[in-house]
Write a protein that binds this ligand. Structure first.
Ligand code: CDP
Ligand code: MG
Length: 857
C-alpha cells in the first residue's frame, strides 16, 4: 500500500506541474510521462496469460518499475517502434500530456469518459496508449467504434502508420482483420452485430466508443449495452474496460445518467490549443428554401479565378470581400480542376454507419477550404491554383487518404467535404472554412410513419465546430454563407438521432439481442414511450415478435389500451430473427422474408430497393426557365406518362399498381444497362437508379446469408413476373404494409362531397386519395395498401397497390376481429386435416370495416 501511495504522489506531482507546462515543453513532459507510465502496471488481467513472451521491457524503466510493482500483476510495457518524424508530430498532440491521467483512470475504473477538442489526438493516440500498456497482449484486443465508415478505415491506416504495426478495420462487408489483429477499428453497426453473436464480447479487453457526441443510434445503444456487459465481464473474471470518447459537447447525457452508470464515471478533459477564428457572416438573410447552391456557385466562381483571402486579412464580411474582389477585376486565369456541382450535391449524407440503413440518399453539407500548412516553410501564395479534393464516407479509401497528404507543389489544397470533416477527421492545416450552415438529416413523419431526408439548418454547436476546424495550426477564418440573424435562430445542439426517427428497426435489433424489455434499456437519451409502443405494435402485427399472452382480447387491442410499459416485452419470433438481418425497415424486411414463394424474391428485392430510394422519377413539374424548356418538359412528361402505363402493364399486373411501375422501371432500366441516356429519355433519376442497383446487390447478399439454399442472384435481364407471381407479390406487399390499408369510401357513405373518390385509413380522420399519376387512378380498387401519404394539394397516397378484400382476414389476422364460431350455422369436418371448420365473419377491428367471412378451424 505504501508503494501505491508513493506512485500516487508521483502522479499528482506530475499533474500539478502539468498545468504550468506550455506547448513547447510538452516534449519533455512526454519523457517523464513515459517513465511513469512504464513504471505502473496495467489493470487488465486479460493479458495475464502468455504475457511473458509478448512483453518487451523498456530498458530505462527498470528501477521505477521495481519500486511500485504489485506482486500479483505482471508489469507490461509493449514498446512501439515509431519513426522519428511520427514521434515528433505525436508529441505536439494535447492528448499526450494526459496519457498518465488517462491510463491511471482506465486502470482504476471500468468506465472512463474522455472528452477533448477534435484534433487533440484522442482517436489516434488512446488506442496506442492502451496497446503500450499491454491491453492487447493477452487474448483480448482493443476495439474502437466509429459512427462513420470513412473514419474507421482512415483511422486504422493512420494508427498503423504511426505504430509501424498492422491495425485492422471492419466495415460492413469489408475489412482486413486477421487472427494477429491487436487493434481493430470498426463501425458501431459492426460491433452491434458482434454483440448479437457473442454478448460478452470476449475477443475484446477494451472497447473505445469514439465520437459519442454524434449520438448516432448505434453508438447510443452500444453505450447502453456495454454499461451492462462490462460489469458482467468483471463478475465473470474477464475484466473489460469501456472508454467513451467525445468532443466537448454535452457529456452530461452520459455521466449524469444514473440508469446508465450508477456511479458517475470519471471525465478526463483534454485541453487543446485553439487559435482564434474570425467568423464572417453573410449580410443577406438567405431565403427559406436556401440550399446553399447559389452561394456555393459564387464561391466556386471565385475559386476559379483566384483566392482573394490573404493571410491576416481582416475582412469583416463575406459579401464585402466579394465586392472588393469584383472591383479589383482580378481576372487571372489559373488551371483548376473544376468543382462539379452535380458531384458536390452527390456527396452522400455522412450520418454514420449505413450498414443497416439502406437507401441513404445524398448531399453534402459542409464546404471547407484550406491550404497546405504541412508545408510551412513555403507560405501558401494566394494566387496559386487550388488543388480540389472531395471528402465523404463512400469515397474509396485511396481517395480519402489524399486529403491528408501535402498537395502537389505550387498548389493549395481545397477540400469539399460533408460533415465528416466536422468532427471525425481533422485535415491538417485548414485555414479557411466556408460553412453553408446546412445539414441533411433523416426526418420522421409521424403521420405517415415514413422517414425522409431533409436539408435543414444545422445547430449552433455544429456550426461552431465547423468554424473551429480552421484554427488548428494558426489563426483561421470561417465564412458563413448565412447571416448572423439566421445563426441566432439555430438550435443550440443537434438532437440525438434516436429522438428523430421511428424506432421499430432498432427495437427489432434489440429484441434480436434478446433485450425484451426495451423500455427498461438504459438509453443515453430514451425515445418517447409513444414511439416505443408504436414500434412494438407494428412488430407484433408483422409477426416479428411473439404475441403477448392472450387475455380474451386481440393482442393489438391490448397494446392500444393504456397498459403499463412493463407489459411491452414481447420476445422475438423466428421470423423476427430473419427480418432483423435485413438492412431495411421491418415492413420491407417482412416482404423479403416472404419473398421465397413462387420465385418472387428477385422481384421483391427490386421493389423493396426501389421503395427505399426516395424518388425514382425525375421531377418534371418544375417551373420551366424558358418557353423552349417548357415545351421540352411537356414532351418528357408525356413520355414518362406513356412509360408508366407501359411499365404498369395490363390486367393482373396492373393491380400491383405503382409497385408494378417501379418494378417495370427497374427491369427496363437494367435491361438497357442502367445508362444515363436511358434514364434521361424516360424520366428516371439516374442517381436513384444507380442507388437501386447497389441496394439490390446488398439485399441479395443479405438474403443469401440468411437462407443460402435460396441462392438468389441479381439478374439484370429480369423477365416480367407471371400472373400468378403478380398475385403472390400483391399478397407479400399486403403482408408488409398491412398497417397502411385504406378502404374506398362507399357511395352511401358520402356525407361530404370531399369524400368522393376518397379513401379511409385507420389512423387519419381526413380522406386520402389516389394521385392522378398513379397506375390505379382510374381503377379505384375497394381496398389498397400504400407506401406513404404525402400532403401536397390534397393528401395523396404514394406507392399504391390493390388488395383483394378476402386477403385481409387471411393475411392480416392480427388486425381483424372474428365473429364467434357459435354464431355461424354449420361447422363441418375437414376430411384432409380432421379439423372442425366453420365460416367466421370478420371485421378490420381498428375501424370496424366489414370483411368477407373466412374459413377457420
Ligand atoms: O480524435 P481527435 O479528433 O482528438 O484527433 P485525431 O483524429 O487522433 O487526430 C490527431 C492528429 O492526427 C490531427 O492533428 C490530425 O491532423 C492527424 N492525423 C493525420 O495527420 N492523418 C490522419 N490520417 C489522421 C490524423
Ligand atoms: Mg477523433
Amino acid at each position: 500500500a505504501r508503494e501505491e501511495e508513493k506512485a500516487e504522489e508521483e502522479s499528482s506531482d506530475l499533474d500539478s506541474s502539468d498545468e504550468e507546462m506550455d506547448d513547447s515543453r510538452m516534449g519533455n513532459r512526454r519523457v517523464e510521462a513515459t517513465n511513469v507510465s512504464e513504471s505502473k502496471e496495467p489493470a487488465s488481467s486479460c493479458q495475464e496469460k502468455e504475457v511473458e513472451e509478448k512483453k518487451e521491457m523498456s530498458e530505462e524503466s527498470g528501477p521505477a518499475r521495481a519500486s511500485s510493482k504489485k506482486p500479483s500483476e505482471p508489469a507490461i510495457f509493449i514498446s512501439v517502434d515509431r519513426l522519428p518524424e511520427i514521434q515528433d508530430s505525436r508529441l505536439r498532440l494535447p492528448v499526450l500530456a494526459e496519457e498518465q491521467v488517462i491510463m491511471e483512470a482506465v486502470r482504476e475504473n471500468s468506465f472512463v469518459v474522455l472528452c477533448g477538442e477534435t484534433g487533440s489526438g484522442k482517436t489516434t493516440q488512446v488506442p496506442q496508449f492502451l496497446y503500450e500498456a499491454g491491453y492487447a497482449s493477452g487474448t483480448g484486443i482493443i476495439g474502437v467504434t466509429e459512427p462513420r465508415r470513412v473514419a474507421a478505415v482512415s483511422m486504422s491506416h493512420r494508427v498503423a502508420k504511426e505504430m509501424n504495426l498492422v491495425v485492422s478495420y471492419q466495415i460492413r462487408y469489408e475489412g482486413n482483420v486477421t487472427s494477429d489483429t491487436k487493434i481493430k477499428f470498426m463501425t458501431d453497426g459492426v460491433l452491434l452485430k458482434e454483440i448479437q453473436k457473442d454478448f460478452l464480447l470476449q475477443r475484446y479487453s477494451v472497447i473505445i466508443i469514439d465520437e459519442a457526441h454524434e449520438r448516432s443510434v448505434y453508438t447510443d445503444i452500444l453505450i447502453g449495452l456495454l454499461s451492462r456487459i462490462v460489469p458482467l465481464r468483471n463478475k465473470k473474471g474477464l475484466p473489460m474496460k469501456l472508454i467513451v470518447m467525445s468532443a466537448t459537447l454535452r457529456v452530461e447525457d452520459f455521466t449524469e445518467n444514473r440508469k446508465l452508470f450508477p456511479t458517475p464515471p470519471p471525465v478526463i478533459k483534454v485541453e487543446a490549443r485553439q487559435f482564434p477564428v474570425s467568423v464572417h457572416f453573410n449580410k443577406r438573410t438567405p431565403l427559406e428554401d436556401y440550399t446553399g447552391e447559389a452561394e456555393v456557385h459564387s464561391v466556386c466562381r471565385r475559386l476559379r479565378r483566384a483566392f482573394p483571402f490573404r493571410r491576416g486579412n481582416t475582412a469583416t464580411d463575406y459579401s464585402d470581400e466579394m465586392k472588393k474582389f469584383k472591383k479589383a477585376k482580378h481576372k487571372r486565369t489559373v488551371s483548376l480542376p473544376r468543382i462539379d456541382l452535380d458531384n458536390y450535391s452527390a456527396l452522400p449524407v455522412d450520418e454514420g454507419d449505413e450498414d443497416r440503413l439502406a437507401g441513404i440518399d445524398d448531399e453534402g453539407s459542409d464546404l471547407e477550404l484550406g491550404d497546405d500548412a504541412a508545408d510551412t516553410e513555403e507560405k501558401a501564395d494566394p494566387s496559386l491554383p487550388l488543388y480540389v479534393l472531395p471528402l465523404y464516407s463512400l469515397l474509396a479509401p485511396e481517395q480519402q487518404a489524399k486529403v491528408f497528404q501535402p498537395p502537389p507543389h505550387g498548389t493549395r489544397l481545397c477540400v469539399v467535404a460533408t460533415n465528416v470533416a466536422e468532427t471525425s477527421l481533422t485535415i491538417p492545416g485548414i485555414k479557411y472554412v466556408v460553412d453553408c450552415g446546412r445539414v441533411k438529416k433523416r426526418f420522421y413523419d409521424r403521420v405517415t410513419g415514413v422517414s425522409s431526408f431533409k436539408v435543414s439548418w444545422t445547430s449552433q454547436a455544429s456550426a461552431n465546430q465547423r468554424a473551429g476546424r480552421s484554427g488548428r495550426t494558426e489563426p483561421g477564418h470561417c465564412y458563413r454563407l448565412y447571416s448572423s440573424a439566421v445563426f441566432g435562430d439555430f438550435s443550440l445542439f443537434s438532437e440525438a438521432e434516436i429522438t428523430r426517427r421511428p424506432v421499430e428497426d432498432l427495437v427489432l435489433q434489440m429484441k434480436d439481442l434478446n433485450i425484451d424489455k426495451v423500455v427498461n434499456f438504459p438509453f443515453p437519451t430514451t425515445p418517447s414511450a409513444e414511439a416505443l409502443v408504436a414500434a412494438e405494435q407494428l412488430l407484433v402485427s408483422l409477426g416479428a415478435l411473439e404475441e403477448p399472452p392472450r387475455t380474451g382480447r386481440s393482442p393489438l387491442q391490448i397494446l392500444y389500451l393504456t397498459i403499463p410499459s412493463s407489459r411491452l416485452s414481447c420476445p422475438i419470433s423466428p421470423l423476427g430473427r430473419a427480418m432483423a438481418s435485413f438492412p431495411v425497415s421491418p415492413r420491407y424486411a417482412k416482404m423479403l422474408a416472404l419473398g421465397k414463394q413462387q420465385d418472387c424474391l428477385p422481384y421483391v428485392i427490386a421493389v423493396v430497393a426501389a421503395m427505399t430510394v426516395r424518388e425514382i422519377f425525375e421531377d418534371l413539374d418544375r417551373p420551366a426557365g424558358s418557353e423552349d424548356e417548357s415545351s421540352k418538359l411537356a414532351q418528357r412528361r408525356a413520355r414518362l406518362a406513356q412509360m408508366r402505363r407501359l411499365w404498369a402493364g395490363q390486367g393482373a399486373s396492373l393491380l400491383l399498381g405503382d409497385l408494378m411501375v417501379l418494378l417495370g422501371a427497374v427491369g427496363a432500366c437494367e435491361f438497357a444497362g442502367c445508362t444515363l441516356k436511358f434514364c434521361e429519355e424516360n424520366g428516371l433519376r439516374y442517381k436513384a437508379m444507380l442507388e437501386i442497383r447497389r441496394l439490390r446487390g446488398q439485399l441479395t447478399n443479405a438474403v443469401n446469408s440468411v437462407c443460402p439454399e435460396v441462392g438468389v442472384f441479381v439478374d439484370c435481364k429480369m423477365a416480367p413476373p407471371t400472373e400468378s407471381q403478380v398475385v403472390c407479390l400483391r399478397q407479400i406487399v399486403l403482408a408488409g404494409l398491412g398497417d397502411h390499408l385504406a378502404r374506398r369510401v362507399q357511395q352511401e357513405e358520402l356525407l361530404d362531397p370531399k369524400w368522393r373518390n376518397g379513401y379511409k385509413t385507420p389512423l387519419l380522420d381526413e380522406p386520402v386519395y389516389i394521385h392522378p399519376s398513379s397506375a390505379l387512378f382510374k381503377t379505384l380498387p375497394q381496398f389498397v395498401v400504400y407506401q406513404e401519404v404525402l400532403e401536397t394539394t390534397k393528401m395523396y397516397m404514394r406507392g399504391v397497390s390493390a388488395v383483394e378484400p378476402e386477403w385481409v382476414p387471411q393475411l392480416l389476422t392480427q388486425y381483424c376481429h372474428f365473429g364467434s364460431p357459435l354464431e355461424t350455422p354449420s361447422p363441418w369436418l375437414c376430411a384432409s386435416t380432421g379439423r372442425v371448420k366453420c365460416h367466421c365473419t370478420s371485421t378490420f377491428f381498428r375501424c370496424g370495416w366489414q370483411l368477407p367471412a373466412i374459413e377457420m378451424d
